[in-house]
Design a binder for this molecule. Structure first.
Ligand SMILES: NC(=O)c1ccc[n+]([C@@H]2O[C@H](COP(=O)([O-])OP(=O)(O)OC[C@H]3O[C@@H](n4cnc5c(N)ncnc54)[C@H](OP(=O)(O)O)[C@@H]3O)[C@@H](O)[C@H]2O)c1
Length: 293
């Protein structure tokens, strides 16, 4: 995959695509640019829309979800935003390294990065293996670090956004409430959470590095609708996060110049309630007649 926007691709906003293009001109160049990874759908889409409404030009990264990216780019533009799509498999180091330079080549600047893209596959201690751990590690830990470094290496363009230049890493409330389900995913996010601290030190004062940790937000994996509803009710506030809650938190972090090296939990207090298994299995157990192995 080539992260450069294709001038003839409807996901791209290259100058050659006619009147609806988002060609950087002097006025547009004054607007800051955020790269949202995995932004075609689900939480990433809502983050991209929230930031576009806040005045950010959006580099919308996707991997396989080209059709969803097309729809989200149309939504961003319909909302008055300026946006372009960039495809890359972030588990591939060369594609990951090429992504931020492609965004800068297109927009003329890059000010913020939301590392939202994530692999989420089920394993546990019994099924754990090097191959799945490595796949999680590449997409969920190594890629966000490489992208953050690329942002740090990108020349700042004045005026900087009011919150300064910033990386937001999406982690998971599960790190504060661990259980052995989704073992590889959780380990990869735990490493990313540790990286928040290390990168915040490494990149200060040029960049801030923060985390946002959602609770159960959208149906994922094998979870059913009733299990999803039940898992929300299990949180101390009786509801966990919505994509809009997460997007507002990302925007808050991006706009807050004094925050770095810390993570905001947005989870209805889910992290306060110890859970011995993934909430999907607890909700299944709690259902009438339910029991999981
Ligand atoms: N959903 C929840 O309830 C929840 C709970 C806690 C934390 N979170 C965190 O919040 C963030 C967003 O969650 P989500 O459920 O919306 O995410 P998701 O749907 O599981 O994944 C978002 C996108 O990540 C992209 N992706 C995965 N592997 C990739 C790779 N190797 N290279 C490039 N892109 C890749 C995929 O893009 P393509 O489709 O284009 O391939 C996918 O659409 C994640 O970081 C997640 O860990 C979510």
């Amino acid at each position: 995959m080539d992260p450069r926007p294709d001038p003839f691709d409807s996901h791209s906003t290259s100058p050659s695509t006619g009147p609806s293009t988002d060609r950087p001109d002097d006025r547009a160049l004054a607007l800051p640019v955020v790269l949202v990874t995995g932004g075609a759908q689900r939480i990433g889409r809502v983050i991209a829309l929230e930031l576009a409404r806040a005045g950010w030009r959006v580099a919308l990264h996707y991997r396989h979800s080209a059709d969803a990216a097309t729809r989200t780019l149309a939504e961003l533009r319909a909302a008055g935003g300026v946006a372009a799509g960039f495809a890359a498999d972030l588990a591939e180091e060369a594609q990951c390294e090429a992504l931020a330079p492609a965004v800068v080549a297109h927009f003329g600047r890059l000010d913020a990065l939301v590392n939202n893209a994530s692999l989420f596959e089920l394993d546990d201690v019994a099924s754990f293996g090097f191959a799945l751990m490595e796949r999680h590690w590449r997409a969920n830990t190594a890629a966000p670090i490489v992208l953050a470094r690329a942002l740090a290496r990108t020349a700042a363009v004045a005026p900087a956004p009011s919150g300064g230049r910033v990386v937001v890493n999406l982690v998971d409330q599960k790190l504060w409430n661990p259980n052995p389900d989704h073992l590889s995913y959780t380990l990869s996010k735990a490493a990313l959470e540790a990286a928040n601290t290390m990168l915040a030190i490494a990149f200060a004062p040029a960049l801030r590095v923060c985390g946002v940790a959602p609770g159960i937000t959208l149906l994922s994996g094998e979870m059913s609708g009733p299990e999803f509803d039940a898992s929300h009710r299990m949180t101390p506030l009786g509801r966990s996060s919505t994509p809009e809650d997460v997007a507002r938190a990302v925007r808050f972090v991006i706009e807050s110049p004094a925050i770095t090296g810390t993570t905001l939990l947005v989870d209805g207090g889910q992290h306060l309630a110890a859970q011995r298994r993934d909430v999907m299995f607890l909700a299944r157990d709690a259902a009438p007649g339910g029991a999981t192995t």
